[in-house]
Ligand binder design. Sequence first.
Ligand code: FES
Length: 130
Amino acid sequence: MTTTTARSFDVGASTDVPERGRLVVAIDAGARTVTVGVFRFRGRLFAYENVCAHQGGPACQGRIVSRVRERLDAEQGSLGTVFDEDTMHIVCPWHGFEYDVTTGRHPGRPDYALRPVAVAEEGGRVRVTL
Ligand code: FES
């Protein structure tokens, strides 16, 4: 049986993660290097390992967008698409899987999810725990 002990890492200043922005860092965690993406949405931080649930691509390095929603009329006809500013998604650059940064899950296939990483802010610094 292998026992691992969680370790906390300082990954940057709070100002390195602006609202709707991100910080991607490679962390030397001893036996392995873990690349983590840290995101800020509505003031809160969220962090995930930079490994897409589809085929392992660098999902955290993809484009940041709001979810696209289609507006429908009473007969379900399209009134066009809009960006939903109440969401923040990252789009994996390899094949386009999207993840909601607040959950780490693909909005249409929630069984596809990024691995969450514990993140906290202390004294103007960002720390993640692996
Ligand atoms: S590896 Fe991310 S969408 Fe395919």
